[in-house]
Write a protein that binds this ligand. Structure first.
Ligand code: NAP
Length: 259
């Protein structure tokens, strides 16, 4: 299927690895020029070069912490007007409800709620002016199905979800489409570090922790960044024009629910 977005420009945040990289590659495969971002220069430049070589699209790479005001400013300055925005950042650490203090919440809210909101606020006006835009926020399955140890993530992402629910409907008349994409367990560094946490807690190997977690998923495996990216590319495509304010769950069937 032709996604109809060849020649458009996308900012994909936190995209040197994992799910962000999966989204960047899938968009590049559709002929979308990219602005990539991550904090660490080396892997970011490697990913940028790989994408240029493989897909022949223009790629600008900006090493910056997207959750800081200064980092966002630099990324936005390099990006200029974009047609597509994919928001993403690292997730908060796991823990216990009794350990989290105000500062922990502020940090999580900054990274996983207020950063995507600031990016949308900066980039929606030019999309509205052009009468076309796509935003995909990478959130988490925890929005629909809470993960107890990820209370900081549950809280921040629920806040973003509420904001998107209203904002998506305010900008839809102007041709701008905002949706959220919710990963279940996908095979990335983040999943590995969560496996390591389970392994430590239960005194088992990381491989056994991963096997144990995969066994709870109806597909009996973790998702891939490629599958995730392909869904993101569809949500950024011409075909997604009637999909407004949705929370698309990619969790291999983990959430046991009829609707
Ligand atoms: P990952 O494999 O660890 O990759 C994270 C990417 O984001 C890297 O490129 C990293 O590069 C970049 N990054 C992290 N913090 C950043 C920041 N402050 N500013 C700019 N770039 C940043 O993680 P992932 O699995 O793709 O996860 C992406 C998001 O999905 C996270 O929020 C995670 O919590 C959420 N999620 C993931 C899963 C899963 O199973 N994978 C499930 C549910 C939710 P640098 O470190 O160099 O900055």
């Amino acid at each position: 299927m032709d996604m109809g977005i060849s020649g458009k420009k996308a900012l994909v945040c936190a995209s040197s690895k994992g799910l962000g990289k999966g989204c960047a590659e899938a968009l590049a495969a559709e002929g979308v020029n990219l602005v990539l971002n991550a904090r660490t220069e080396g892997p970011l430049q490697e990913t940028a070069q790989h994408i240029r070589d493989t897909y022949g699209v223009d790629v600008v790479a900006v090493a910056a912490d997207i959750t800081s005001e200064e980092g966002r400013e630099r990324v936005l300055k390099e990006a200029g007007d974009v047609d597509i925005l994919v928001t993403n950042a690292g997730g908060p650490p796991p823990g216990m409800w009794s350990d989290w203090e105000r500062d922990d919440f502020i940090k999580a809210l900054d990274a996983n709620m207020l950063t995507p909101i600031a990016l949308m606020k900066a980039l929606l006006p030019s999309m509205i002016e052009k009468g076309w835009g796509r935003v995909v926020n990478i959130t988490s399955q925890s929005v629909k199905s809470p993960i107890a140890v990820l209370g900081l993530s549950n809280s921040a992402r629920a806040g973003l979800t509420g904001y998107v629910a209203g904002t998506a409907r305010q900008v839809a008349p102007m041709g701008v489409v905002i949706n959220n994409l919710l990963p279940g367990i996908h095979a990335t560094d983040r999943a590995q570090s969560l496996d390591a946490g389970v392994a430590k807690q239960e005194g088992i190997s990381i491989e056994d922790a991963a096997k144990q977690r995969a066994a709870t998923i109806p597909t009996r495996r973790y998702g891939t960044a490629q599958e995730f990216g392909a869904t993101c590319a569809f949500m950024c495509s011409q075909h997604a024009g009637y999909m407004i304010g949705q929370n698309v769950l990619l969790d291999g069937g983990s959430m046991n629910s009829t609707m």
